[in-house]
Design a protein. Sequence first.
Length: 52
Amino acid sequence: MIQVTTKTCKYIKENNIGKVHAGHCTDLKSKIELSRVTSVEEVGVGLVLEYN
């Protein structure tokens, strides 16, 4: 699993992704690693995301 998180963080950093929305299936350790390369937002019931 660590290899997947490492590769994901590398991709996010290389592509300058400013924010990710981590759901309940993302464990704390992964959220901490992700937060080192981008802003991590929690996802909850009723959250509505709009993209332009």
